[in-house]
Design a protein around this ligand. Structure first.
Ligand code: GLN
Length: 463
Protein backbone atom coordinates (compact mmCIF):
# COMPACT_ATOMS: atom_id res chain seq x y z
CA UNK A 1 0.00 0.00 0.00
CA UNK A 2 1.45 3.32 -1.06
CA UNK A 3 0.63 6.10 1.30
CA UNK A 4 2.01 9.58 0.73
CA UNK A 5 1.16 12.69 2.66
CA UNK A 6 0.34 16.03 1.07
CA UNK A 7 3.40 17.50 2.76
CA UNK A 8 5.70 14.88 1.23
CA UNK A 9 4.11 15.39 -2.17
CA UNK A 10 4.62 19.15 -1.95
CA UNK A 11 8.27 18.68 -1.14
CA UNK A 12 8.83 16.33 -4.05
CA UNK A 13 7.08 18.73 -6.41
CA UNK A 14 9.03 21.75 -5.17
CA UNK A 15 12.36 19.93 -5.48
CA UNK A 16 11.41 18.85 -8.98
CA UNK A 17 11.65 15.15 -8.09
CA UNK A 18 8.29 14.63 -9.76
CA UNK A 19 6.12 16.75 -12.02
CA UNK A 20 2.45 17.44 -11.48
CA UNK A 21 1.68 15.30 -14.49
CA UNK A 22 3.61 12.36 -13.07
CA UNK A 23 1.93 12.79 -9.71
CA UNK A 24 -1.47 12.50 -11.28
CA UNK A 25 -0.66 9.69 -13.65
CA UNK A 26 0.79 7.78 -10.68
CA UNK A 27 -2.55 8.01 -8.88
CA UNK A 28 -4.48 7.16 -12.05
CA UNK A 29 -2.46 4.04 -12.72
CA UNK A 30 -2.90 2.97 -9.11
CA UNK A 31 -6.66 3.37 -9.60
CA UNK A 32 -6.53 1.22 -12.74
CA UNK A 33 -4.56 -1.40 -10.89
CA UNK A 34 -6.68 -1.56 -7.75
CA UNK A 35 -10.15 -0.14 -8.18
CA UNK A 36 -11.69 -3.21 -9.71
CA UNK A 37 -10.74 -5.21 -6.63
CA UNK A 38 -11.67 -2.72 -3.92
CA UNK A 39 -14.51 -0.81 -5.65
CA UNK A 40 -13.44 2.33 -3.78
CA UNK A 41 -14.21 4.84 -6.53
CA UNK A 42 -17.45 5.12 -8.48
CA UNK A 43 -16.12 7.54 -11.06
CA UNK A 44 -12.69 8.77 -12.05
CA UNK A 45 -12.08 12.35 -13.15
CA UNK A 46 -9.26 11.88 -15.64
CA UNK A 47 -9.79 15.25 -17.31
CA UNK A 48 -8.50 17.00 -14.21
CA UNK A 49 -4.96 16.33 -15.40
CA UNK A 50 -5.18 19.09 -17.99
CA UNK A 51 -6.29 21.71 -15.50
CA UNK A 52 -3.54 20.85 -13.10
CA UNK A 53 -0.79 22.78 -14.87
CA UNK A 54 -2.35 25.98 -13.62
CA UNK A 55 -2.11 25.28 -9.90
CA UNK A 56 0.14 27.79 -8.16
CA UNK A 57 2.81 26.26 -5.95
CA UNK A 58 2.10 29.00 -3.41
CA UNK A 59 -1.30 27.61 -2.52
CA UNK A 60 -1.66 25.59 0.71
CA UNK A 61 -3.18 22.56 -1.02
CA UNK A 62 -0.71 22.53 -3.91
CA UNK A 63 -0.12 18.84 -4.70
CA UNK A 64 -3.19 17.62 -2.79
CA UNK A 65 -5.20 15.15 -4.86
CA UNK A 66 -8.60 14.28 -3.42
CA UNK A 67 -11.17 11.55 -3.62
CA UNK A 68 -14.57 12.98 -2.70
CA UNK A 69 -17.34 10.98 -1.07
CA UNK A 70 -20.19 10.62 -3.53
CA UNK A 71 -22.62 12.63 -1.40
CA UNK A 72 -20.66 15.88 -1.95
CA UNK A 73 -21.49 17.86 -5.09
CA UNK A 74 -18.85 18.66 -7.71
CA UNK A 75 -20.32 20.68 -10.55
CA UNK A 76 -20.96 18.60 -13.68
CA UNK A 77 -19.97 15.30 -12.04
CA UNK A 78 -22.27 12.49 -11.11
CA UNK A 79 -23.33 12.38 -7.45
CA UNK A 80 -25.17 9.20 -6.47
CA UNK A 81 -24.87 9.11 -2.66
CA UNK A 82 -24.53 5.35 -3.24
CA UNK A 83 -28.19 5.13 -4.23
CA UNK A 84 -29.97 3.82 -7.28
CA UNK A 85 -32.34 6.78 -6.89
CA UNK A 86 -29.58 9.20 -7.87
CA UNK A 87 -27.82 7.00 -10.41
CA UNK A 88 -28.24 9.55 -13.21
CA UNK A 89 -28.02 12.74 -11.15
CA UNK A 90 -25.36 15.29 -12.11
CA UNK A 91 -24.44 18.03 -9.69
CA UNK A 92 -25.50 21.49 -10.91
CA UNK A 93 -23.10 23.37 -8.57
CA UNK A 94 -20.08 22.94 -6.32
CA UNK A 95 -20.50 22.30 -2.61
CA UNK A 96 -18.88 25.04 -0.49
CA UNK A 97 -16.14 22.62 0.64
CA UNK A 98 -15.34 21.81 -3.00
CA UNK A 99 -15.11 25.48 -3.89
CA UNK A 100 -12.73 26.02 -0.97
CA UNK A 101 -10.49 23.09 -1.88
CA UNK A 102 -10.31 24.29 -5.47
CA UNK A 103 -9.47 27.83 -4.40
CA UNK A 104 -6.66 26.52 -2.22
CA UNK A 105 -5.02 24.45 -4.95
CA UNK A 106 -6.48 20.99 -4.35
CA UNK A 107 -7.67 18.84 -7.26
CA UNK A 108 -10.16 16.00 -7.52
CA UNK A 109 -9.45 12.56 -8.93
CA UNK A 110 -12.65 10.67 -8.30
CA UNK A 111 -15.93 10.20 -6.45
CA UNK A 112 -15.78 7.64 -3.64
CA UNK A 113 -18.22 4.80 -3.16
CA UNK A 114 -20.25 4.77 0.07
CA UNK A 115 -23.18 3.26 1.92
CA UNK A 116 -26.47 4.47 0.48
CA UNK A 117 -27.16 8.03 1.72
CA UNK A 118 -24.34 7.50 4.27
CA UNK A 119 -26.31 4.89 6.22
CA UNK A 120 -24.07 2.04 7.30
CA UNK A 121 -20.91 0.95 9.03
CA UNK A 122 -19.45 -1.48 6.51
CA UNK A 123 -19.86 -0.01 3.00
CA UNK A 124 -22.01 -2.98 2.03
CA UNK A 125 -25.13 -0.84 1.52
CA UNK A 126 -24.04 0.83 -1.70
CA UNK A 127 -26.32 0.23 -4.68
CA UNK A 128 -23.09 -0.06 -6.69
CA UNK A 129 -21.51 -2.97 -4.88
CA UNK A 130 -19.60 -3.40 -1.63
CA UNK A 131 -16.16 -1.94 -1.00
CA UNK A 132 -13.24 -4.10 0.15
CA UNK A 133 -10.54 -3.45 2.75
CA UNK A 134 -7.03 -3.19 1.23
CA UNK A 135 -5.52 -5.00 4.25
CA UNK A 136 -7.65 -8.05 3.47
CA UNK A 137 -10.12 -8.10 0.60
CA UNK A 138 -12.46 -10.40 2.51
CA UNK A 139 -12.93 -7.74 5.21
CA UNK A 140 -15.11 -4.64 5.21
CA UNK A 141 -13.41 -1.23 5.12
CA UNK A 142 -15.94 0.27 7.54
CA UNK A 143 -18.56 2.80 6.53
CA UNK A 144 -20.23 4.79 5.41
CA UNK A 145 -17.22 6.63 3.88
CA UNK A 146 -15.44 3.35 3.09
CA UNK A 147 -14.40 4.40 -0.42
CA UNK A 148 -12.57 7.47 0.91
CA UNK A 149 -10.60 5.48 3.48
CA UNK A 150 -9.63 2.80 0.95
CA UNK A 151 -8.62 5.32 -1.73
CA UNK A 152 -6.30 7.14 0.71
CA UNK A 153 -4.79 3.96 2.15
CA UNK A 154 -4.32 2.33 -1.21
CA UNK A 155 -2.52 5.26 -2.84
CA UNK A 156 -5.25 6.36 -5.27
CA UNK A 157 -4.99 9.91 -3.88
CA UNK A 158 -3.29 11.56 -0.94
CA UNK A 159 -6.44 12.78 0.82
CA UNK A 160 -10.22 12.55 0.77
CA UNK A 161 -13.31 14.32 2.02
CA UNK A 162 -16.02 12.29 3.70
CA UNK A 163 -19.00 12.96 5.95
CA UNK A 164 -19.57 11.82 9.52
CA UNK A 165 -23.04 11.54 11.05
CA UNK A 166 -22.33 8.90 13.67
CA UNK A 167 -18.79 7.79 12.90
CA UNK A 168 -18.62 7.50 9.11
CA UNK A 169 -15.21 9.16 8.90
CA UNK A 170 -13.57 7.83 12.07
CA UNK A 171 -14.72 4.20 11.86
CA UNK A 172 -13.55 3.53 8.26
CA UNK A 173 -10.34 5.46 9.01
CA UNK A 174 -9.73 3.07 11.92
CA UNK A 175 -10.52 0.00 9.80
CA UNK A 176 -8.18 1.11 7.00
CA UNK A 177 -5.27 2.49 9.04
CA UNK A 178 -5.54 6.17 8.07
CA UNK A 179 -6.30 9.41 9.92
CA UNK A 180 -9.94 10.53 9.86
CA UNK A 181 -11.31 13.72 11.40
CA UNK A 182 -14.83 14.86 12.24
CA UNK A 183 -14.84 18.60 13.05
CA UNK A 184 -16.95 20.43 15.64
CA UNK A 185 -20.55 20.62 14.39
CA UNK A 186 -20.97 23.95 12.63
CA UNK A 187 -17.34 24.58 11.68
CA UNK A 188 -17.62 23.19 8.13
CA UNK A 189 -20.38 24.08 5.68
CA UNK A 190 -22.87 21.39 4.66
CA UNK A 191 -24.01 23.35 1.61
CA UNK A 192 -23.96 21.01 -1.39
CA UNK A 193 -23.69 17.90 0.77
CA UNK A 194 -26.56 15.41 0.49
CA UNK A 195 -28.12 15.28 3.95
CA UNK A 196 -28.54 12.22 6.09
CA UNK A 197 -29.32 13.46 9.62
CA UNK A 198 -28.87 17.22 9.60
CA UNK A 199 -28.19 17.87 13.27
CA UNK A 200 -25.25 15.42 13.15
CA UNK A 201 -23.82 15.64 9.60
CA UNK A 202 -20.35 17.11 9.31
CA UNK A 203 -17.79 17.01 6.49
CA UNK A 204 -14.17 16.19 7.30
CA UNK A 205 -10.88 14.91 5.90
CA UNK A 206 -9.20 11.53 5.50
CA UNK A 207 -5.42 11.78 5.32
CA UNK A 208 -2.14 9.97 5.83
CA UNK A 209 -1.11 12.21 8.73
CA UNK A 210 -2.63 14.41 11.41
CA UNK A 211 -0.79 17.39 9.92
CA UNK A 212 -2.51 16.84 6.55
CA UNK A 213 -5.90 16.47 8.23
CA UNK A 214 -5.35 19.80 9.99
CA UNK A 215 -4.21 21.48 6.77
CA UNK A 216 -7.38 20.36 4.98
CA UNK A 217 -9.61 21.32 7.89
CA UNK A 218 -8.08 24.82 7.99
CA UNK A 219 -8.98 25.34 4.33
CA UNK A 220 -12.56 24.04 4.46
CA UNK A 221 -13.74 25.50 7.76
CA UNK A 222 -15.43 28.83 8.36
CA UNK A 223 -18.75 30.61 8.32
CA UNK A 224 -20.81 30.11 5.16
CA UNK A 225 -23.92 32.13 4.51
CA UNK A 226 -25.43 29.17 2.75
CA UNK A 227 -25.34 27.05 5.93
CA UNK A 228 -26.87 28.94 8.84
CA UNK A 229 -25.35 26.81 11.59
CA UNK A 230 -21.75 27.57 10.58
CA UNK A 231 -19.48 29.91 12.49
CA UNK A 232 -15.83 30.88 12.86
CA UNK A 233 -13.79 30.34 15.98
CA UNK A 234 -10.78 31.95 17.61
CA UNK A 235 -7.38 30.33 17.66
CA UNK A 236 -6.55 28.67 20.98
CA UNK A 237 -3.13 28.49 22.58
CA UNK A 238 -1.70 25.01 23.11
CA UNK A 239 -1.44 24.06 26.79
CA UNK A 240 2.07 23.77 28.27
CA UNK A 241 1.46 20.37 29.76
CA UNK A 242 -1.03 17.89 28.39
CA UNK A 243 -3.64 15.98 30.32
CA UNK A 244 -5.64 13.25 28.64
CA UNK A 245 -8.70 11.54 30.07
CA UNK A 246 -9.65 7.88 29.73
CA UNK A 247 -13.36 7.19 30.21
CA UNK A 248 -13.87 3.79 31.83
CA UNK A 249 -17.35 3.58 30.28
CA UNK A 250 -15.66 3.05 26.90
CA UNK A 251 -14.15 -0.27 27.90
CA UNK A 252 -17.31 -2.23 27.50
CA UNK A 253 -18.22 -5.86 27.55
CA UNK A 254 -18.33 -7.22 24.05
CA UNK A 255 -15.26 -5.33 22.96
CA UNK A 256 -12.85 -7.61 21.12
CA UNK A 257 -9.86 -8.62 23.19
CA UNK A 258 -7.39 -7.70 20.44
CA UNK A 259 -8.76 -4.17 20.22
CA UNK A 260 -8.78 -3.68 23.98
CA UNK A 261 -5.22 -4.93 24.10
CA UNK A 262 -3.98 -2.64 21.37
CA UNK A 263 -5.74 0.38 22.89
CA UNK A 264 -4.33 -0.28 26.36
CA UNK A 265 -0.86 -0.77 24.95
CA UNK A 266 -1.09 2.52 23.04
CA UNK A 267 -2.22 4.32 26.21
CA UNK A 268 0.64 2.85 28.23
CA UNK A 269 3.09 4.20 25.64
CA UNK A 270 1.95 7.77 26.11
CA UNK A 271 2.29 7.63 29.87
CA UNK A 272 6.04 7.31 29.35
CA UNK A 273 6.09 10.51 27.29
CA UNK A 274 5.30 13.24 29.79
CA UNK A 275 1.63 13.25 29.09
CA UNK A 276 -0.55 12.95 32.15
CA UNK A 277 -3.24 10.29 31.90
CA UNK A 278 -6.21 10.43 34.27
CA UNK A 279 -9.56 8.67 34.48
CA UNK A 280 -12.72 10.55 33.60
CA UNK A 281 -16.35 9.55 33.77
CA UNK A 282 -18.99 9.89 31.12
CA UNK A 283 -21.86 8.32 33.03
CA UNK A 284 -24.57 8.48 30.36
CA UNK A 285 -22.55 6.71 27.67
CA UNK A 286 -24.73 3.61 27.72
CA UNK A 287 -27.71 5.63 26.48
CA UNK A 288 -25.83 7.21 23.59
CA UNK A 289 -26.46 4.60 20.92
CA UNK A 290 -30.25 4.34 21.46
CA UNK A 291 -30.55 8.16 21.54
CA UNK A 292 -28.52 8.42 18.34
CA UNK A 293 -30.62 5.74 16.62
CA UNK A 294 -33.87 7.56 17.39
CA UNK A 295 -32.77 11.09 16.50
CA UNK A 296 -30.84 9.88 13.43
CA UNK A 297 -33.76 7.81 12.09
CA UNK A 298 -36.20 10.69 12.69
CA UNK A 299 -34.04 13.11 10.73
CA UNK A 300 -33.39 10.48 8.04
CA UNK A 301 -37.12 10.01 7.52
CA UNK A 302 -37.55 13.76 7.07
CA UNK A 303 -34.54 14.12 4.74
CA UNK A 304 -35.45 11.11 2.58
CA UNK A 305 -39.03 12.30 2.02
CA UNK A 306 -37.94 14.35 -1.02
CA UNK A 307 -36.87 11.25 -2.98
CA UNK A 308 -40.27 10.29 -4.28
CA UNK A 309 -39.39 10.02 -7.97
CA UNK A 310 -41.43 13.15 -8.64
CA UNK A 311 -39.52 15.93 -6.91
CA UNK A 312 -36.22 14.06 -6.70
CA UNK A 313 -34.93 10.67 -7.66
CA UNK A 314 -35.49 8.02 -10.26
CA UNK A 315 -38.94 7.14 -11.50
CA UNK A 316 -39.88 3.47 -11.62
CA UNK A 317 -43.11 3.64 -13.56
CA UNK A 318 -43.13 0.66 -15.93
CA UNK A 319 -45.98 -0.20 -16.28
CA UNK A 320 -47.23 3.27 -15.41
CA UNK A 321 -48.59 3.77 -11.89
CA UNK A 322 -52.34 4.30 -11.69
CA UNK A 323 -52.37 6.55 -8.64
CA UNK A 324 -50.02 8.87 -6.82
CA UNK A 325 -49.78 6.40 -3.97
CA UNK A 326 -48.81 3.60 -6.32
CA UNK A 327 -46.17 5.86 -7.88
CA UNK A 328 -44.67 6.60 -4.43
CA UNK A 329 -44.65 2.93 -3.55
CA UNK A 330 -42.94 2.01 -6.79
CA UNK A 331 -40.38 4.78 -6.74
CA UNK A 332 -39.46 4.65 -3.07
CA UNK A 333 -39.80 0.89 -2.74
CA UNK A 334 -37.79 0.31 -5.90
CA UNK A 335 -35.20 3.00 -5.27
CA UNK A 336 -34.22 2.69 -1.61
CA UNK A 337 -32.15 -0.22 -0.33
CA UNK A 338 -33.05 -2.28 2.74
CA UNK A 339 -31.16 -0.28 5.35
CA UNK A 340 -32.56 3.05 4.15
CA UNK A 341 -36.09 1.63 4.20
CA UNK A 342 -35.64 0.30 7.74
CA UNK A 343 -34.53 3.71 8.98
CA UNK A 344 -37.27 5.63 7.17
CA UNK A 345 -39.89 3.38 8.73
CA UNK A 346 -38.39 3.67 12.23
CA UNK A 347 -38.03 7.45 11.91
CA UNK A 348 -41.58 7.92 10.68
CA UNK A 349 -42.76 5.99 13.74
CA UNK A 350 -40.65 7.94 16.27
CA UNK A 351 -41.91 11.23 14.86
CA UNK A 352 -45.57 10.20 14.70
CA UNK A 353 -48.09 12.06 16.87
CA UNK A 354 -48.52 9.41 19.57
CA UNK A 355 -44.85 8.59 20.01
CA UNK A 356 -43.02 11.87 19.50
CA UNK A 357 -42.75 12.65 23.24
CA UNK A 358 -41.96 9.10 24.25
CA UNK A 359 -39.11 8.66 21.80
CA UNK A 360 -37.89 11.74 19.98
CA UNK A 361 -38.16 14.24 22.84
CA UNK A 362 -36.75 11.76 25.32
CA UNK A 363 -33.78 11.05 23.04
CA UNK A 364 -33.12 14.80 22.79
CA UNK A 365 -33.01 14.99 26.59
CA UNK A 366 -30.48 12.17 26.65
CA UNK A 367 -28.49 14.06 24.05
CA UNK A 368 -28.19 17.00 26.48
CA UNK A 369 -27.03 14.71 29.26
CA UNK A 370 -24.31 13.25 27.03
CA UNK A 371 -23.15 16.77 26.12
CA UNK A 372 -22.99 17.82 29.76
CA UNK A 373 -21.01 14.67 30.66
CA UNK A 374 -18.38 15.85 28.18
CA UNK A 375 -18.44 19.48 29.41
CA UNK A 376 -17.73 18.22 32.92
CA UNK A 377 -14.89 16.02 31.72
CA UNK A 378 -13.27 18.84 29.72
CA UNK A 379 -13.00 20.90 32.89
CA UNK A 380 -10.35 18.39 33.95
CA UNK A 381 -8.59 17.29 30.75
CA UNK A 382 -7.48 18.65 27.36
CA UNK A 383 -8.64 15.68 25.30
CA UNK A 384 -10.32 12.32 25.83
CA UNK A 385 -8.95 9.08 24.41
CA UNK A 386 -11.19 6.17 23.50
CA UNK A 387 -11.20 3.25 21.10
CA UNK A 388 -12.67 4.17 17.69
CA UNK A 389 -14.34 0.77 17.22
CA UNK A 390 -15.14 -2.20 19.46
CA UNK A 391 -13.86 -4.76 16.92
CA UNK A 392 -11.27 -5.31 14.22
CA UNK A 393 -12.52 -5.07 10.62
CA UNK A 394 -15.07 -7.87 10.25
CA UNK A 395 -15.81 -10.16 7.31
CA UNK A 396 -17.87 -9.09 4.34
CA UNK A 397 -21.37 -10.52 4.81
CA UNK A 398 -20.88 -11.14 8.54
CA UNK A 399 -23.19 -8.45 9.91
CA UNK A 400 -25.15 -7.14 6.98
CA UNK A 401 -28.28 -9.14 7.81
CA UNK A 402 -28.02 -8.29 11.50
CA UNK A 403 -28.63 -4.53 11.83
CA UNK A 404 -28.35 -4.52 15.63
CA UNK A 405 -24.86 -5.91 15.70
CA UNK A 406 -23.92 -3.67 12.77
CA UNK A 407 -25.13 -0.60 14.66
CA UNK A 408 -23.00 -1.62 17.64
CA UNK A 409 -19.94 -0.79 15.53
CA UNK A 410 -20.76 2.87 16.16
CA UNK A 411 -20.95 2.64 19.93
CA UNK A 412 -17.79 4.71 20.51
CA UNK A 413 -18.24 7.27 17.75
CA UNK A 414 -21.86 8.47 18.02
CA UNK A 415 -21.24 10.31 21.31
CA UNK A 416 -19.18 13.03 19.60
CA UNK A 417 -21.95 13.59 17.07
CA UNK A 418 -24.58 13.80 19.82
CA UNK A 419 -22.47 16.42 21.63
CA UNK A 420 -21.21 18.15 18.46
CA UNK A 421 -17.55 17.57 19.45
CA UNK A 422 -14.49 17.33 17.21
CA UNK A 423 -12.91 13.86 17.13
CA UNK A 424 -10.05 12.27 15.27
CA UNK A 425 -9.16 8.64 14.67
CA UNK A 426 -5.44 7.82 14.51
CA UNK A 427 -3.84 4.43 13.75
CA UNK A 428 -2.35 3.25 17.06
CA UNK A 429 -1.32 -0.34 16.44
CA UNK A 430 -2.13 -3.57 14.63
CA UNK A 431 -3.53 -6.93 15.63
CA UNK A 432 -3.78 -10.02 13.38
CA UNK A 433 -2.39 -7.89 10.57
CA UNK A 434 -5.31 -5.43 10.82
CA UNK A 435 -5.22 -1.80 12.00
CA UNK A 436 -6.64 -0.46 15.27
CA UNK A 437 -7.71 3.19 15.60
CA UNK A 438 -7.65 5.43 18.66
CA UNK A 439 -10.14 8.22 18.95
CA UNK A 440 -8.99 11.57 20.29
CA UNK A 441 -12.00 13.67 21.28
CA UNK A 442 -11.73 17.41 21.90
CA UNK A 443 -13.96 20.07 23.38
CA UNK A 444 -16.21 22.08 21.04
CA UNK A 445 -14.28 24.54 18.84
CA UNK A 446 -11.05 23.32 20.44
CA UNK A 447 -9.60 21.91 17.22
CA UNK A 448 -6.26 23.67 17.77
CA UNK A 449 -5.63 21.81 21.00
CA UNK A 450 -6.96 18.55 19.56
CA UNK A 451 -4.48 18.72 16.66
CA UNK A 452 -1.64 19.79 18.93
CA UNK A 453 -2.10 16.73 21.14
CA UNK A 454 -2.88 14.38 18.25
CA UNK A 455 0.39 15.18 16.46
CA UNK A 456 2.31 14.20 19.59
CA UNK A 457 0.32 10.99 19.99
CA UNK A 458 0.78 10.07 16.34
CA UNK A 459 4.55 10.32 16.75
CA UNK A 460 4.52 8.08 19.81
CA UNK A 461 2.41 5.40 18.12
CA UNK A 462 4.40 5.46 14.90
CA UNK A 463 7.66 4.60 16.63
N1 GLN B 1 -22.55 4.07 10.84
C1 GLN B 1 -23.44 5.06 11.35
C2 GLN B 1 -24.84 4.82 10.86
O1 GLN B 1 -25.03 3.89 10.17
C3 GLN B 1 -22.99 6.42 10.99
C4 GLN B 1 -23.25 6.80 9.60
C5 GLN B 1 -22.61 8.09 9.26
O2 GLN B 1 -21.83 8.63 10.04
N2 GLN B 1 -22.96 8.62 8.12
O3 GLN B 1 -25.72 5.54 11.18
Amino acid sequence: MVATTIKETQEKLRKGEISYKELLSGFLSRIKERNEETNALLSVMEKQSEKIKNVSSELPLYGAVFAIKDNILIKGESCTAGSKLLEHYRAPFDATVIEKIRRNGGVFIGKANMDEFAMGSSSENSAFGEIRNPYDLEKVPGGSSGGCAVAVKDGMCNAALGSDTGGSIRQPAAFCGVVGFKPTYGTVSRYGVISMASSFDQVGPFANSVEDAQLIFETIRGKDEKDSVTSNFEKKEAPKSIKVGIPEEYFVEGMEKEVEDAIKEAISKIEKNDIEVVNVNLPHTEYALPAYEIIMASEVSANMARYDGIRYGLEFDRPAAKSIEEAYLKNRGGGFGKEARRRIILGTYTLSAGYYDAYYIKAQKVRNLIASDFSDAFKKVDVILAPATPTLPFNIGEKVEDPLSMHLSDIFTVTSNLAGLPALSIPCGERKGLPVGMQVIGDRFNEDILFHVSKKLEKIWKK
